[in-house]
Design a protein around this ligand. Structure first.
Ligand SMILES: Cc1ncc(COP(=O)(O)O)c(C=O)c1O
Length: 353
């Protein structure tokens, strides 16, 4: 809790965002708690890293991340003037608040969702309006009639894996047109189809964010992409740190984006494992919320979720438990490799019996 005579009012009583645990590297650990990719990034990333000239580190990086943005633009079939690069999509979400929210403005989003939205909204002086939506159920209808400076929709959403249809996003953009910005957070979109990126050409108030942390296996590099009409990107440019990305992440990210086949083949394997894992959980009587992402939210049968989470952690199997209702009955399990999932199920069967 930020309680200090010098801290600003907006963050009084606010706790820092709690990410999933990042334990020390351990070969025995099965880490299924922060939706990282179990497979390595493209070999082009490794080559680029080997060939990277150390002398480049002596100079400041390209403030516009031009190469990275060009590669992202090619991949997403948009103009590079519609792309902004960030230090993870988290930085882009923060920039969105800095650019579009005045103190006291409302920021609306259906919950449960990515819990960084509340932290960032408060931090930048906005008023979070959290509208309950059923876990695994529709989101946009819950927030459609609630005017706001910014509306966040994570699609697929975390932690339930629910994907919002493009048509719903269209409805939301039309409703907010001229009055508020719609942000579609597509951190997990490569594990499904139907990105909203093509809609940015139609809606001047839409920003779509994506990340290289999940499908591109680069969570440790911290790279995100925002796509929007160039007019909407203008205020984001204003609030951007001048050199927000270092030369090394820019070069490695550009290499990854130039090899989308590698990313797609890993995503395909993860989707196959996701479907098999969902079936296996159902066979064991778990309530599974069908997921379009690289994780599954599910409620165990005949065993308390929190206890199972703790007992798995004792066996070095890390998954995610959220203690607040309505999520406290379930567990979020990142989809790992088949070998990791086999270890997960072996441990679950031993614990639950
Ligand atoms: C919905 C959602 N958006 C954004 C992020 C953050 O992505 P990045 O690693 O690009 O900051 C996450 C990470 O877990 C997420 O779940």
């Amino acid at each position: 809790m930020a309680k200090n005579p010098y801290s600003k009012k907006a963050i009084e009583g606010l706790s820092a965002y709690t990410p999933g645990e990042q334990p020390k590297p351990d070969p025995d650990l099965v880490k299924l708690n922060t939706n990282e990719n179990p497979y390595p990034p493209s070999p082009r990333v490794v080559e680029t890293l080997k060939d990277f000239e150390i002398d480049r580190l002596r100079r400041y990086s390209d403030p516009l991340s031009s190469l990275l943005r060009n590669r992202a633009a090619e991949l997403l079939k948009v103009d590079s003037n519609s792309v902004l690069a960030g230090n993870g999509s988290d930085e882009l979400l923060a920039m969105i608040l800095r650019a579009f929210v005045d103190p006291g403005d409302e920021v609306v989003y259906p919950v449960p969702t990515y819990s960084l939205y509340v932290t960032l909204t408060r931090m930048y002086g906005g008023v979070p309006v959290e509208v309950p939506a059923e876990v695994g159920g529709s989101k946009v209808d819950k927030v459609l009639d609630r005017e706001a400076a910014v509306t966040f929709i994570a699609s697929p959403n975390s932690p339930d894996g629910y994907q919002t249809e493009q048509g719903e996003i269209r409805k939301l953009c039309e409703k907010r047109m001229g009055r508020g910005v719609v942000v579609v957070d597509e951190a997990y979109v490569d594990f499904t189809e139907g990105s909203c990126v093509p809609l940015v050409a139609e809606y001047e108030n839409l920003v779509v964010t994506q990340t290289l942390s999940k499908s591109f296996s680069l969570a440790g590099l911290r790279l995100g992409i925002a796509v929007a009409g160039s007019a909407l990107l203008q205020p984001l440019q204003v609030v951007k740190d001048s050199y927000n990305l270092g030369s090394l992440p820019q070069a490695l990210g550009a290499a990854a984006l130039s090899d989308p086949d590698h990313m797609r083949s890993n995503a395909k394997r993860i989707v196959e494992t996701r479907e098999i894992t969902q079936d296996k959980l159902r066979e064991r009587g778990w309530k599974v919320f069908p997921s379009k992402a690289n994780f599954i939210f599910a409620e165990p049968a005949g065993y308390e979720a929190k206890r199972l989470y703790e007992e798995l952690a004792n066996r070095k199997i890390y998954i995610r438990y959220f203690s607040s209702p309505p999520l406290d009955r379930g567990l979020r399990i990142s989809v790992g490799s088949p070998e990791q999932m086999a270890k997960f199920f072996k441990a679950v069967d031993e614990i639950v019996g």
